[in-house]
Design a protein around this ligand. Structure first.
Ligand code: FUL
Length: 458
């Protein structure tokens, strides 16, 4: 990206001061990056994580064998017996469909561990699967590595089996012990997924999770791993389980709004959905949703998969709003992804490839004059899609923009407009054939940098 080509200096962290002020400011001399106010920026790990765009969530465990969504913790480990478990099959399907990482439920709320934890007998070690010598987590991370996918693990703090749950200090030791096993035995993890569920313990006892301790442990044992929860600290839940980010969606947040997982209320939901342009912490959104109605596999849902159209809408509402998509595809009791799910993932990928087949702006090199970038299309076309990308490694800056096209008759027509952009903003529209494009940055939080624009006609 050619940053020197963009001389405008727009209002500072007052993103509402838009339009006219921005244009007037464009006459000011060029400023270097060094003069930009200190905007929060992503870590290299956060940047790489978001560039991946799509990860696959894998809900698998005792519920797969009881046909439930939430186990009670009283299930016999002997129920766990996948006949053909093959995480390489999951990884191949994920990879072929454009996913770059997978996250496995190493332990869900029922407490059953997919690895032979030394801290409980409630695990694969007590199951008939591989005569008690199997380790799903090991096979999972091996498959991720073989396919070049990032590996992440979900370790539910809520544990309906563990007797110490509710006896807060004792359970926190137990939980940290399990975290330590996962963080030290399986190589580097890209993401540690903390669910916020906090049900009652035996006799109604309330478990108080020691979040500062859990976080410090992850930081110490795997400093490069990113921690997800509604309170981050590195990645934030998007605030719903429909895979949809808010619009706008800032990657910055005010951490005091959700200091620890479990906070709720309108201010919390707003923050999760939209972030906060004035927030001090970089905490991009992750939008989770299941391909099926449930998170775990249920045969009765084989014909109830999201359609390709629904998946594309989710993609536009997550990746296309500056978030990352985490799409759940749960394995069957055999331990394989259902062929219908694999086919649906492939069809989803094929549709995206069709939609984003040929960038008619070829590389998006706009000629910038102040906050206005223009570009001539080699071939006039009726555009349907625009992809905007900010150089977020230097902070998320754009607070308002609009795209216009010049028709063959010479008139300028509006194609789309929006608030922030971030790593990726996708706009869909219908328009007559246009021969020139104009992108106007109407407001920013800091001196703007060039924005990349790609356009498609599908
Ligand atoms: C929720 C859990 O209760 C669901 O079972 C599922 O794991 C979902 C992703 O998170 O909090």
């Amino acid at each position: 990206m050619d940053s020197g080509a963009f001389p405008a200096v727009l209002p500072r962290r007052r993103f509402l001061a838009a339009g006219a002020a921005a244009l007037a400011a464009s006459a000011l001399p060029r400023r270097s990056f060094a003069s930009a106010p200190a905007l929060p920026r992503p870590s290299p790990q956060q940047l790489a994580w978001q560039r991946d765009q799509r990860a696959m969530f894998v809900h698998f465990g005792i519920n797969t064998f009881t046909n439930r969504e939430w186990g009670t913790g009283a299930e016999s480990p002997r129920l766990f017996n996948p006949t053909a478990l093959d995480p390489h099959q999951w990884a191949r399907a994920a990879r072929a469909a454009g996913f770059r990482a997978m996250i496995l439920t190493a332990k869900h709320h029922d407490g059953f561990c997919l690895w032979p934890s030394r801290l409980t007998a409630h695990s694969v070690a007590s199951s008939p699967w591989r005569h008690g010598h199997g380790d799903v987590v090991r096979e999972f991370v091996n498959a991720c590595r073989a396919a070049g996918l990032g590996a992440g693990l979900y370790l539910s703090p809520w544990d309906r089996h563990e007797p110490s749950y509710g006896d807060s200090p004792r359970y926190n030791d137990f939980y940290c012990g399990q975290l330590t096993e996962l963080l030290t035995h399986y190589g580097p993890l890209q993401e540690v997924w903390f669910d916020g569920a906090n049900g009652e313990g035996p006799n109604g006892k309330k478990q108080v999770y020691d979040w500062p301790r859990y976080r410090a442990l992850v930081r110490r044992l795997q400093p490069q791993a990113l921690m997800f929860s509604d309170a981050g600290p590195d990645l934030r839940w998007i605030g719903n389980e429909r895979g949809l980010a808010g619009d706008p969606d800032w990657s910055t947040v005010d951490p005091s709004v959700v200091p620890f997982p479990g906070a709720s209320g309108p201010a919390v939901t707003r923050m999760l959905q939209h972030g906060d342009p004035n927030g001090s912490a970089w905490r991009p959104g992750e939008a989770d949703v299941s391909l099926r109605p449930g998170w775990f596999y249920h045969p009765a849902e084989d014909a109830r998969l999201k359609t390709v159209e629904e998946l594309v809408a989710i993609y536009f509402g997550s990746v296309g709003r500056n978030a990352k998509l985490l799409l759940n595809v749960p394995p069957t009791p055999e331990g394989l992804l259902h062929h219908g799910d694999v086919d649906r993932l492939a069809a989803f990928q094929a549709r995206l490839q069709y939609l984003f087949d040929q960038d008619l702006a070829v590389g998006g090199k706009l000629a910038w004059r102040g906050p206005v970038g223009e570009l001539e299309l080699a071939n006039p076309a009726p555009l349907t899609l625009a992809v905007l990308q900010e150089a977020v490694e230097l902070g998320q800056r754009v607070a308002a923009y609009r795209i216009e096209g010049q028709t063959l008759q010479g008139a300028w027509v509006g194609l789309s407009r929006g608030a922030t952009i971030g790593m990726c903003k996708l706009d869909r529209f219908t328009a007559p054939p246009v021969r020139r494009l104009r992108l106007t940055i109407e407001a920013t939080l800091a001196p703007p940098l060039p924005v990349r624009l790609a356009v498609y006609s599908a």
